[in-house]
Write a protein that binds this ligand. Sequence first.
Ligand code: A3P
Length: 320
Amino acid sequence: EEANLALIFDRYKDRFTSFPKEKGWMTEDLYKYQGFWHQSKNVVSVETVMATQDTFQALPTDIYLATLPKSGTTWLKALVFATANRNMYKDKPLSAHPLQTSNPHSCLPFVECEVLRTSPTYVNPHSPRIFATHMPYTSLPQSVLDSGCRIVYMCRNPKDVLVSLFHFANKLRVNSHDLMTFDVAFEMFTKGVIPNGPYWDHVKGYYKVGLEQPKRLMFLTYEDMKMDTAKKLRRLAKFVGYPFTEEEEAKGMVEEIVSLCSFENLREVNKDGALSIGIPNQAFFREGKVGDWRNHLTVEMSQILDQITKEKFHGLDLIT
Ligand code: A3P
C-alpha cells in the first residue's frame, strides 16, 4: 500500500500542489480540491480522492458510510460490520468476532483506499460491498452518484468534532514536539480548514440529498445514536438491507451488537497496537461522549460557532 501511495502521489502531485494550500492539523498541509480541504501523503487524501474519482467503479448494491473525521466513523463502521456479517459469527464464541481483536478500520475499508490495493477488498459478487468514505458528496466518484447505491451519513455536533479533532491531531503530532494550541485549532475550524471540511459544507451536502432522496440516503447523528443506540441500529440495519428478524430480536441480537460495538468494549480491544498506516488503535477512542466541548470552549468560542452554524444551516431543519 505504501508503494502504491507513493506512485499515486507522484501521478497527481503536479495537479494538486498548485491548489490553494493551508497548514494542516497533522504534519501534512491541506489542499483545497473541489471546495474541500484534503490532506496529502495519507491513505485518505487529495491524491487518493482524485485517483478514486478516475478509476473506482461503484456497483448499485454498494453501501457507503459517509462521515467527517471525528464524527463517529469508527463506531459506525463497527455497527454496520457487525450487523451485516452477523450470520457468519452467530454460532461462534464472541471472542472469535473480528471486532474483539481488530480495529473497526481494519474490518471495513475506506473507498479512498481501494486504489492502493493490489487486489480489491471485496471479491464475492453476491454480497453488497460496504465502504466508508470521508469524501464530500459532490466529490464522490461519478459511478457512485449514478449507481443509486445507498449512503448512510453520520453527523456530529461541530463543537465536539472540533474537540475530538484537536486531541486526535495532537496525538499524532506528539512525536514532532509541536503540539497545537486549542486557540489555533478553533481558528482553523471556524475558517473551515479541517480535513474534508469545511464542516458545514460537508454536512449540508449530504443532508440535502437525504431530504430529496430519503430512500437513498439515511442521515444519522452521533448524538441520536448515543441516546438510543438499539433503536437507531434497528433503523440502520433495515436501511442497509439487514433487518433484524423477530427471532433475532427475541434472542437479544440487537443488544448484543450494541454492546460489542460500545465505546467501552472497543476501547478495551484497541488499547494496544496500531493500524498498518501507523496510527495507534487507541487514538480512535478518547471519551466517546456528547458535550465534551464544554470542557474546552470558552463562552465566546461557543457563541461564535453557534453563530456560524446558524448562518450556514439557515433554512435547514438541522440543529446540532
Ligand atoms: P471523542 O474524541 O469525542 O472521544 P472517528 O471514528 O470519526 O474518528 O471519531 C472518533 C470519535 O468517536 C472520538 O470522539 C471517539 O472517542 C468516538 N468513538 C469511537 N468509538 C466509539 C464508540 N464505539 N461509541 C461512541 N463513540 C465512539
